[in-house]
Design a binder for this molecule. Structure first.
Ligand code: SF4
Length: 264
């Protein structure tokens, strides 16, 4: 017999409860990109497309020592910028983008980073995700960046409808359930959780703190699915997800999540 469809209200209640559990599991959050100013954060976020924050953090000290503000970067020699960020993918395109971004900051905003979604997304190379990162972290305004981890984790947890995959729709529906002051930390936690527990290829359902209520746990463990009420084979069975959960494994997972939340 098919399981009863969860009402909107029940889903919102479950989301808040699961987020409380995530807060216990990942007590401390921080932006994974290193930055000292809004200018450094917006540039670092543009550079982070298609690569890891760790790699970006490896090049930005030299980049910002050479070009400490929008005025300096706007006048940069592109070959020099390319040589500094060469280890990142798409370094030629990214060099062009960050110089154009700096030029727009200088000509339109006096060299400062604007503080509204509309102004931020009017800058070259700045989409809604980058704007939300800057708003939430540099200006402590409500911002909920939706990246690939947030899309995957919210889908598996059933925090959104399965066919609702557009980042803007996810942002709208998830933020409707939480107070604005929580949005940035909520996004950080979902990202850390997606990197360390609910990973793309091998989600650690066996020792996931949300496996009691997650409607997808049964998709990865050979358990009855909470969504359908039926038993079905695991989609991706791996040694890790089918192993008996142990205290040591759970503790390792928790430590990885804590490390991920810490200095990177
Ligand atoms: S139970 Fe599995 S699928 Fe659900 S959130 Fe946890 S790791 Fe992800």
């Amino acid at each position: 017999m098919a399981a009863k469809r969860e009402s909107k209200r029940a889903r919102a209640t479950r989301m808040r409860r699961e987020y409380d559990q995530l807060c216990e599991f990942i007590p401390v959050t921080k932006c994974q990109l290193d930055y000292r100013t809004p200018f450094e954060l917006i540039v670092a976020t543009v550079l982070s497309a298609q690569t890891t924050d760790r790699r970006v953090n490896g090049v930005t000290p030299e980049l910002f020592a050479r070009y400490p503000d929008a005025d300096a970067l706007a006048r940069a020699n592109i070959a020099d910028v390319e040589s500094i960020i060469r280890v990142l993918g798409f370094y030629r395109m990214k060099s062009k983008h960050i110089i154009e971004l700096a030029q727009a900051l200088v000509t339109r905003f006096g060299g400062t980073v604007p503080q509204t979604m509309e102004e931020l997304t009017s800058l070259p190379g700045v989409g809604r995700k980058t704007a939300n990162v800057v708003l939430g972290n540099a200006f402590h305004s409500p911002g909920f960046p939706v990246d690939t981890h947030v899309i995957r984790v919210t889908g598996r947890l059933g925090w959104r409808d399965a066919d609702e995959t557009a980042p803007e729709a996810i942002e709208r529906d998830v933020t409707a359930v939480f107070p604005p002051r929580e949005w940035t930390d909520l996004s950080h936690r979902l990202i850390i959780f997606g990197r360390t527990v609910c990973t793309a290829r091998a989600p650690q359902c066996a020792w996931c703190p949300l496996n009691d209520s997650c409607p997808s746990a049964g998709d990865f463990l050979d358990l009855p699915s909470a969504r359908t009420g039926t038993r079905r084979p695991a989609k991706r069975r791996t040694t890790k997800t089918t192993a008996k959960p142990t205290r040591a494994a759970a503790s390792r997972t928790r430590k990885t999540a804590a490390d991920d939340a810490g200095a990177r």
